[in-house]
Design a protein around this ligand. Sequence first.
Ligand code: TYD
Length: 205
Amino acid sequence: MKQGRLITFEGVDGAGKSTQLERAVAWLRARGVDTLATREPGGTPLGEALRELLLHQPMRLETETLLMFAARAEHIAELIKPALAAGRWVVCDRFTDASFAYQGGGRGLAAARIADLERWVHADLQPDLTLIFDLAPEIAAQRRGAARATADRFEREQREFFDRVRAAYHQRAHAYPQRVRLIDASGTPDATWRQVEAQLDAQFA
Ligand code: TYD
């Protein structure tokens, strides 16, 4: 059985990644690809319980980072690896690049610490393709605006936090040009989708 592919979607909150992810999953399925859609933190019952804590319970940065990777360890073992081994494609809403961007860039944890956890939890697994939905934080905040009352711990962060998150994502794209693609998310959903479709299409080349 041919190993499946892992495709991850990233970006600052409000960049429109979730809408694009739904469209990507539908597009892959229409092409006959057996596709699993999942998310981080989350994806498993324990991961979803950890997500609830991570999004709403104040905690130390170390705790936050370790819980992100605890949820990820569970997710990889229970869901992602079995799916890939069965030849399925996995489309995941956020993965370890989000830890580098948010806990690293946004909150200032040393990248070396995150790299240690990455080596521990998934030395043998990297996404085949990562799409980073890139958008100026002030525009992303406007797009999030309507949902402000229900904002979680991350969405409530200030503009400067998201500037650092975005810069860290840019660094990831620069460091891993083969795997990571920046998608300009400043236009209409259709304009963004055309870039996503081109990247997905290239997976079949
Ligand atoms: P998000 O994926 O944006 O979901 P929704 O669209 O439902 O708000 O929310 C998850 C949040 O978790 C997001 O603000 C980024 C954060 N996060 C981290 O800080 N580090 C990580 O490693 C991951 C996976 C997510």
